[in-house]
Write a protein that binds this ligand. Sequence first.
Ligand SMILES: [Cu+2]
Length: 399
Amino acid sequence: MSATDLENAVDGGGADRTGGERVGRRALLGGLAGTAAAAVVLRPGLAIGDDQEDPRPLGTVPRAGAGGTVREVTLYAVAGPGNRLAYGTTPENASIPGPTIEAIEGDEIRVTLVNTTSLTVSLHAHGVDVPAADDGTPANGSVVAAGARHTYVWRTHAPTKRADGTWEPGSAGYWHYHDHAVGTAHGTDGITRGLYGALVVRRPGDPLPEKQFVTVFNELTINNSAVPDSINYSANLGQRVEWIMITHGVASFHTFHTHAHRWADNRTGLLSGDDDRTSVIDNRTTGPGESFGFQIIAGEHVGPGTWMYHCHVQFHSDGGMIGIFTVNNADGTPPPGHTEHMANHREMAAMMMSAGGHAAHGGSEPAKAQVAGSPTISQSDVPGGGDEDAHAGHEGHGG
Ligand SMILES: [Cu+2]
């Protein structure tokens, strides 16, 4: 699929109700900005972020439009250095995690997986309505042989009342997709080596983010990286940040923690009112196959700063499962002390590694050995790379 096709996929949605004429290439590429690795492939209704030339009036947030669109995307499965495997919208932009795919309840997503590797790969989606023939498992034959391709159809729906009076949940959520064929019938090797990505289904009216981060705890790495190659993010003070968190791995649970920010433990991370009793948290336990997401306002009530985010299982954070979330000043300039803080971060990371961090020492676990310490299809190799200095990163993207 060409860039033009992708653009059309976005523009063709007609889903935006808040600023449709602004939806376009910039909106598409704007999705690259916040994620440490991946392009946003389908971004219906997004007309915000770097496109927003004028300050928004207070109290208005761009929101997802209506669903009902067919959205087509092509994903390439690509083998990279260091035993890595990755998905990309082109063979050249493959990244770990793969491109974030977005839709609105009622949309149909058609993902054509093109297998450029010498292995049999597949695509298995969580959260959406998938016909058995597109489930992505070897048992039902929905896998893709070397050199072949297959179009997976994923459907979504709004909450609906059943004939018996009960409610069927809608598809909206922070989901994910991954290989289900490489290594084992469960895709264990494929996931370990990097074949995974985020899938976001919104409900019409959901607020749209200006920045988007995708964090995948995969075994003892973040996005198959660990310090000193930490995955760092940045946003400007006051920007609406969407953080998508996915967990994979063969043995470990994790606890995802962000400094200085907190969210409601529900579908969106947002409260519906001052009487909403949803738990507000800044740390969430997560295990293999789980995903969640939330929206926060960068630096709200704390101001600009250079903050850590990390797995809060101390053995894991000490071993390298940490990164930096930089909240710049509103004008995009670095927060006070940023350079020194980043230098400290790198120094501490080096100490961790010399003390036996996971990234430096693969250990005896097979899966860990496969992901640890090897050259990568790295975030710095692709547009929207996440391995930059936290401030320098993510600001220069877009058409
Ligand atoms: Cu952990």
